[in-house]
Design a binder for this molecule. Structure first.
Ligand code: BTN
Length: 273
């Protein structure tokens, strides 16, 4: 059961993670949990820190879009990670922003699977969808730090308790919530605990997985490949068939004009229809 506000003490007590959630912060209201996370990055060692909030007045999504959720209805959080690109011991495994988008999407789907009777799917690159409607999203931001480390903030929003009325006002993308899709009540605190656990499975050090492990986990949750799509990239619209995702978070498309092209997540939009 969801007992009103997120139960932060319960999250702190029940997580069994190594890296993610070493510190957990909570702000009832903020502009964006990503803003809160960056404030922590700016004042010092923040790797593994997680910020939760009940309400964002300026939540943001990919490609400059807004992310809106009524107070207390979403699971809104941001995770701080710092990676050292010249780490000798682990050089081939330094995480990229693309890795983080893919693994976070897998973690969100797995956490939803653990805590609810809902099956969530990934629409490339960062949409979490249930029954073809958007139920969550991931926004990865990065900044190079003065010492050369790269700090990442992984912002995750999951629609949990929204009703039809809440979602009707959202622009264009058809949306849903876990509560609307589930036969059982959705416990946001349990979902938060599961999410931190799933993220930690990918992010705890030392890392034990390969790029191919991540690609196949992502493919197992992805909306079916082989679908026809249109993508907007570099001011052009390209039609074709989705055939794969590469570990750098590029979507691989068999384009109608001929040939196979990989489209980078940061600069490509998948258009509806
Ligand atoms: C998208 O679908 O474009 C990404 C949406 C990401 C939303 C989350 S909510 C928590 C975090 N704070 C933000 O301002 N954005 C992310």
């Amino acid at each position: 059961m969801d007992h009103g506000l997120l139960q932060i003490d319960r999250i702190r007590r029940e997580i069994r993670t190594v890296r993610i959630g070493k510190r957990i912060e909570y702000v009832e209201t903020t502009t964006s949990t990503n803003d809160e996370a960056w404030r922590h990055v700016d004042v010092g060692e923040a790797d593994g820190l997680v910020v939760f909030s009940e309400y964002q007045s300026a939540g943001r999504g990919r490609l400059g879009r807004q992310w809106q959720a009524p107070r207390g209805a979403g699971l809104l959080c941001s995770v701080v990670l710092t990676e050292n690109p010249s780490d000798d011991d682990d050089a081939s495994r330094v995480l990229t922003g693309g890795d983080l988008v893919l693994l976070s999407a897998v973690a969100v789907c797995d956490a939803i699977g653990v805590c609810t009777d809902v099956t969530a799917k990934i629409k490339w690159p960062n949409d979490i969808r249930v029954s073809g409607r958007k139920a969550g999203g991931i926004l990865v931001e990065s900044r190079t730090q003065p010492g050369g480390d790269i700090a990442y903030v992984v912002g995750i929003g999951i629609n949990c308790l929204q009703h039809e009325g809440h979602l009707a006002s959202l622009p264009k993308t058809p949306a849903t919530s876990l509560d609307l899709q589930s036969v059982s009540a959705v416990d946001r605190t349990a979902l938060a605990i599961a999410l931190l656990g799933e993220l930690d499975r990918w992010l705890a050090r030392p890392r034990t997985w390969s790029g191919e492990d991540l690609r196949s986990a992502w493919m197992a949750h992805a909306e079916p490949m082989g679908q026809r799509i249109r993508v907007q990239h570099a001011g052009k619209i390209v039609s074709g068939m989705m055939i794969d995702v590469d570990p750098a978070a590029a979507l691989v498309v068999q384009v109608d004009e001929g040939g196979v092209r990989a489209f980078d997540a940061a600069t490509t939009t998948v258009l509806p229809g």
